[in-house]
Write a protein that binds this ligand. Structure first.
Ligand code: PGA
Length: 243
């Protein structure tokens, strides 16, 4: 089964638009026979209404607070998300690492909160353009994974690791399939070494209808994290047709 995560970021802007888009997606998912687990991660304010209207879609949050008990203005806790029906949460996305200065330590705490609330973390890792150019990709990934998963026993726990090279997000650039395959194998090896038996390795960054089949079938990823093409129904439809 392929894992398809739609990361709507801060789009679409109104509930009317969000509802229309979710309706089309639900219809499309019913129409295609592919073995897909579709996870919709809309802006947080829309999760509750959408989850009520579309019980067949799985929902995920784009973020969550890294503390369970601390009082904090503006934050949403793991328990609240669980109560809304969220089964997944994106953690460690590069936009949050960069714009909100989220450290590996915070990401580690967020993963722990997910797991203690039985929310599957979609843990994003990936290198910058500079790091890629300087051939530091593997060492960056190793460090991000080791610190993000520090002191976490993942035996029998579900987790998705999303390889999201920062230079690929929203740019239309994707690494060569052979390179992606090596990275997938590397991530899988780290996971196996650490005894994660339920880990899924997915890919995110400029996924489109032309590269989707290669990423899944040749590079061997278990799924995709799709940003901008997941809130453009025409593009998403083409991607789903090509899985
Ligand atoms: P993109 O974004 O598909 O627009 O490149 C991916 C992401 O940010 O998760």
């Amino acid at each position: 089964m392929k894992q398809i995560i739609a990361n709507w970021k801060n789009y679409p802007k109104s509930f009317k638009e969000v509802f229309g888009l979710a309706e089309k997606i639900e219809r499309k998912l019913k129409e295609i026979n592919n073995d897909i687990n579709f996870v919709l991660c809309p802006p947080g304010v829309f999760i509750r209404d959408l989850a009520k209207e579309f019980p067949k879609i799985n929902f995920g949050s784009q973020n969550l607070f890294w503390e369970e008990k601390k009082i904090c203005t503006g934050e949403i806790s793991g328990k609240m998300l669980k109560d809304l029906g969220c089964k997944f949460a994106i953690v460690g996305h590069s936009e949050r690492r960069n714009f909100f200065k989220e450290s590996d330590e915070i990401i580690n705490k967020k993963i722990k909160i997910c797991l203690s609330n039985k929310i599957i973390p979609i843990f994003c890792v990936g290198e910058t353009f500079e790091e890629n150019k300087n051939q530091q990709t593997f060492s960056v990934l190793k460090k991000q994974i080791e610190s993000g998963l520090k002191n976490i026993n993942l035996k029998n726990k579900e987790i998705f690791i999303a390889y999201e090279p920062i230079w690929s997000i929203g740019t239309g650039k994707v690494a060569q399939i052979e390179v992606l395959k090596n990275i997938r194998d590397y991530l899988k090896d780290i996971a196996n070494l650490k005894g994660f038996n339920k880990v899924k390795i997915i890919y995110g960054g400029s996924v489109d209808a032309k590269n989707v089949a290669q990423i899944l079938n040749q590079a061997g990823f278990d799924g995709l994290l799709i940003g901008k093409n997941s809130f453009n129904f025409k593009e998403l439809e083409k991607i789903l047709n090509n899985i």
